[in-house]
Write a protein that binds this ligand. Structure first.
Ligand SMILES: Nc1ncnc2c1ncn2[C@@H]1O[C@H](COP(=O)(O)OP(=O)(O)OP(=O)(O)O)[C@@H](O)[C@H]1O
Ligand SMILES: O=P(O)(O)OC[C@H]1O[C@H](OP(=O)(O)OP(=O)(O)O)[C@H](O)[C@@H]1O
Length: 222
């Protein structure tokens, strides 16, 4: 019995988010219906299904009490929310990459402080990275298939996520630098965290103990 509204991201981290929320005692089974509904109710918990990048928007504005979102999205959007737990899943890397054949010339261009064109879904993250190098760049905002940009002359390089490396490999792109790593996080609305502290703390505890188990399993691999 939580009385919480929970924002769940569709896409890459949907299943992991369900498993973590389930481990924290939330009645997520209803979300496995596979329909087109956007709101699901079970017991006194409400789940809303949103685009991953919109999860912090719903949470910041109080339209959801808590939500699950990648750290990469939090670093890009810097929403005014409380970050409460690391789910330990949805691991990926934010990288700078360029076509293998151009990788060295792009690296040299950045080294010479030439203004390179960067295709990315994460322009603020990319800008911060170039600023940390003391370099300027032109950022071209895209919403998907970022790897395409340098292959068709839209950009010299990209700042994007990679997990298995398959997309980079199949499109013949090389990693020039790793900017950060990301895993899925539980976030809460600031007001909800005060008003529904006990309910949210219970979810956080459940997720943290589940995440510890997930890390132990992961550590045993390889
Ligand atoms: N290939 C991947 N493997 C594992 N996790 C990933 C991968 N790509 C992204 N992620 C993680 O999952 C989150 C959601 O990614 P997904 O690809 O489902 O979103 P999206 O459809 O691009 O989002 P939106 O449409 O809202 O911009 C990312 O923010 C990141 O934390
Ligand atoms: O290293 P990999 O395992 O191949 O994963 C990397 C891909 O996953 C994400 O794309 P997504 O699937 O979200 O599609 P998108 O291009 O439409 O954003 C990311 O933007 C990469 O393109």
């Amino acid at each position: 019995m939580t009385g919480l509204r929970v924002a769940v991201p569709k896409g890459a981290i949907f299943e992991d988010a369900l498993r973590a929320l389930e481990g924290a005692g939330l009645p997520v089974e209803v979300l496995r219906e596979n329909g087109r509904k956007l709101i699901y109710r079970a017991e006194d918990t409400e789940f809303i299904i949103s685009r991953p990048t919109d999860v912090p928007v719903f949470v910041e504005h109080g339209a959801a009490d808590v939500g699950v979102v990648g750290k990469d999205v939090l670093e890009e959007a810097e929403p005014n929310v409380v970050e409460l737990a690391d789910l330990g899943t949805g691991w990926c890397r934010m990288i700078l990459a360029a076509p293998s054949g151009n990788a060295e010339s792009v690296r040299r261009a950045i080294g010479r402080a030439e203004v390179v064109r960067v295709g990315t879904k994460f322009p603020r993250t990319a800008r911060r990275y170039f600023e940390s190098l003391g370099r300027q760049a032109e950022f071209i905002k895209l919403h998907g298939s970022i790897e395409l940009a340098p292959l068709v002359g839209l950009a010299d390089c990209i700042v994007d996520l990679t997990a298995t490396g398959t997309t980079l490999r199949e499109n013949d792109l090389a990693v020039l630098d790793e900017i950060s790593t990301s895993t899925a996080r539980l976030i809460a609305n600031r007001g909800s965290y005060r008003l529904k502290h006990r309910e949210i703390a219970r979810v956080v505890e459940g997720i943290k103990s589940g995440a510890a188990g997930r890390r132990r399993v992961g550590e045993g691999v390889g």
